[in-house]
Design a protein around this ligand. Structure first.
Ligand SMILES: [Zn+2]
Length: 469
């Protein structure tokens, strides 16, 4: 009697660098796991001819936003449409992330690190070890795998930033640091300071682009500087993104945009750093408002964007063209002497922020021969699985791996189908996935299960493993 599978994908080009596979074959999934790669003879509930398509381990976006604070409720749908099967929320707040994951889930596996924010999760900009241990314990009990230092947005003191990374190292928790402290800006000097403050402890250093915008000189020289710095710190895992736009808050108080980054971007465009200046910048298309339409966020400038910003009483996301092209390309493709990628991951800082472009822009690099297809898989699935401590089960397509798969139409730079644990998420532009599975620490499992979600357990110490020096 022929074997009955959940899914069979027939005739695709399987690209699985972790297992050295790059050939045309069938792939079968049973009981949520990869069951066979080769000539599959059985039948399945879902069978699909994927001749001419690339079949890769599910895309893992190692930097997204899926909270009410950042990104908003549409993020899960936007990630599903982008072919992503697993993602790391890079700020929390954790309670908003779990709520949206339960209510808005589209079948993805989601992990979250919770912010260390003065006035919210810590009292001041200079929390001590004991307070930070409590902050981490609360975050974990709510389902977060670790902490995010908000640096450039809501900085801590340099000493406290270092203490956060000491606490997460002691406890085997995840940590990411948006460079910058109360007395160091978010630039290449801020990044250098972050590397020093980590003091050899594990660290995810996000969006290297954001420190190499060339505000004080050449962006490419800064990118080279950043790469050289990371080369000296095998304890630090990094990612970069490809989008030309950033993501800011449009919120104004007392006639001024609250976020310093928003003020700077207005000045850069020749606008006054005031509420009226922001209104003018939106009208002129320099600032683009994140407008929800048909269940996803779009960038909208002009009169329509202005109306949306006014309707939200300015409390809405906005984006500016802030990222020069040269470092985006260089950071995505640069390699170390041993052939490994200088920046470990390719991510988006997307989710609810409309720049989920791993396929639309990342596969453009494959067309340019700037990145091989294997390179794309390494940076968008294999390396992110490793940093999350999931490389035994995700980031590859060996028999027994989770049935997380993204099917790509390379000619159209687009995902055509995706599956997580053998369940369909995306099929030809339709989002089919429901609910979420969350990667949580052991002490957060009960809380997240009680919200109706499945969990994967992130064992302490399994994450940000670092590379051989
Ligand atoms: Zn971010």
């Amino acid at each position: 009697m022929p074997m009955e599978y959940d899914v069979i994908l027939r005739g695709g080009l399987i690209v699985d660098p972790a297992n050295g596979v790059n050939r045309v074959a069938d792939l079968a999934i049973a009981d949520g796991k990869v069951a066979q790669v080769g000539d599959v003879t059985g039948r399945a509930k879902i069978e699909r001819d994927v001749t001419g398509m690339v079949v890769m381990p599910g895309i893992i976006d190692s930097h997204v936003h899926l909270s009410p604070w950042l990104g908003g409720a549409a993020g899960h749908r936007m990630l599903a449409l982008a072919g992503v099967t697993c993602a790391l929320d890079m700020a929390g707040p954790i309670d908003g992330v779990t709520r949206f994951a339960a209510e808005q889930g589209c079948g993805l596996t989601i992990a979250c690190i919770d912010y260390v924010r003065p006035g919210h999760t810590v009292e001041s900009v200079n929390p001590g070890m004991a307070e930070l241990r409590d902050t981490l314990a609360r975050a974990r009990a709510s389902g977060a795998i670790g902490l995010k230092i908000l640096g450039g947005h809501f900085p801590l003191s340099a000493e406290a930033s270092g203490r956060v990374m000491q606490v997460t190292a002691d406890e085997g928790a995840y940590v990411a640091f948006h460079s910058g402290t109360v007395d160091t800006p978010q630039n290449v000097d801020g990044m250098r300071q972050s590397c020093e403050l980590a003091a050899g402890n594990p660290l995810h250093l996000p969006h290297i682009n954001s420190y190499t915008r060339g505000l004080d000189g050449s962006a490419l020289i800064e990118a080279e500087d950043a790469i050289e710095m990371l080369g000296r710190h095998p304890n630090i895992w990094s990612e970069s993104y490809l989008a030309p736009i950033n993501g800011n808050s449009g919120k104004c108080a007392n006639g001024v945009p609250e976020a310093v980054a928003t003020q700077r971007n207005l000045e850069r465009g020749g606008f006054e750093a005031s509420k009226e200046g922001l209104a003018q910048a939106i009208r002129d298309g320099w600032a683009m408002v994140h407008v929800l339409k048909d269940g996803i966020n779009h960038l909208q400038g002009g009169p329509e964007g202005l109306l949306a910003w006014q309707a939200a009483e300015s409390d809405i996301g906005i984006s500016f063209y802030a990222n020069p092209p040269e470092p985006r390309l260089h950071l995505a493709t640069a390699r170390r002497a041993d052939g490994s990628y200088a920046i470990d991951g390719l991510a988006t800082d997307g989710g609810g922020i409309p720049r989920n472009d791993l396929c639309s822009r990342g596969l453009g690099l494959v067309h340019l021969d700037a990145l091989s297809m294997e390179g794309f898989v390494i940076k968008t699935s294999m390396n992110p699985a490793r940093v999350l401590g999931l490389s035994a089960r995700k980031g590859h397509l060996g028999v027994g791996a989770d049935g997380d798969v993204t099917v790509i139409d390379l000619a159209r730079l687009t995902p055509v189908a995706s599956f997580a644990h053998g369940k369909p998420i995306l099929a030809d532009g339709q989002v089919l996935g429901r609910s979420s599975r969350m990667l949580v620490p052991p002490e957060g499992a009960e809380h997240v299960r009680a919200m109706g979600m499945d969990v994967l357990i992130a064992e302490p110490g399994s994450m940000i493993p670092g590379r051989a020096a």
